[in-house]
Design a binder for this molecule. Structure first.
Ligand code: CA
Length: 252
């Protein structure tokens, strides 16, 4: 049985969610305060399989809670509830370490589907899927377990980037962006294309928000992040990933 923590201060909404999630077989707890939820999730790291996290909360808002969880190395999957029509919230959510989002108000069936997706994705990534056939795993986007380039290893199963002795934990979103860039190795990918195909964002979103993610990935994979050799900027368009750069490759 999967355990879910709902972090939402509107009691009727939280209780309604709990009722429905319990009916689906989940074990559910509610926290109505960002600060308290953070403490709980850091004190009992293995207790929950997923968190439904509202943005608007007393104590600490959802962005802060997600960011502090990730800072503290707590990588429980987070489904963030954002305000409809605010794509900047979505990107801020991803930047703070959320794994998926749902705009409020939402259909319950959609929330359940997203939650299942998040749990399944985590199981796949960790290779612990029980009721998943080998064909499904091979057909899934998560089949490629690791990618090695230029002395670095991205382990998609462990959500980890290893460079020599050093290892960095990646969020699901960072891993998916990395996977997308790797799949398009050597080719230019436009910011808009990344928004649509990695984040499934079709709204008219400020595409520069992608740049913050790239800055973070560069810190992980580049020897000198200000002089990238792998993750190149293509001015006015987007980015290009080069796995094994030649000596004189440089930012374009
Ligand atoms: Ca709220």
């Amino acid at each position: 049985m999967s355990a879910v923590l709902i972090v939402e201060d509107e009691a009727h909404l939280a209780n309604g969610l709990r009722f429905n999630l319990e009916a689906e077989g989940y074990e559910v707890d509610i926290s109505g305060d960002g600060e308290a939820a953070l403490e709980l999730l850091l004190a009992e790291r293995e207790r929950y399989d997923a968190v439904v996290l509202d943005v608007m909360l007393p104590g600490a808002d959802g962005f802060t809670v997600a960011a502090k969880l990730r800072e503290a190395g707590q990588f429980v999957p987070v489904l963030m509830l954002t305000a409809r029509g605010r794509p900047e919230d979505v990107l801020r959510g991803f930047e703070s370490g959320a794994d998926d989002y749902l705009p409020k108000p939402f259909e319950l069936t959609i929330l359940l589907a997203r939650l299942r997706g998040l749990l399944r994705r985590r199981e796949w990534l960790q290779g612990t899927a029980k009721n998943t056939s080998q064909e499904e795993i091979l057909a899934s986007e998560l089949a490629e377990a690791a990618f090695v380039f230029d002395g670095k290893t991205i382990d998609f199963a462990a959500l980890e980037l290893r460079v020599g002795e050093k290892s960095v934990r990646l969020t699901l979103m960072e891993a998916e962006l990395m996977r997308y860039l790797i799949r398009h190795e050597g080719r230019i990918v436009a910011r808009k294309q990344i928004l649509q195909e990695v984040w499934n964002l079709h709204e008219d979103t400020d595409t520069r928000a992608i740049d913050n993610f790239i800055v973070r990935l560069r810190k992980y994979i580049e020897e000198v992040p200000s002089k990238p050799r792998h993750l190149l900027t293509v001015r006015g368009i987007g980015y290009r990933f080069i796995a094994e750069p030649t000596e004189n490759a440089s930012d374009e």
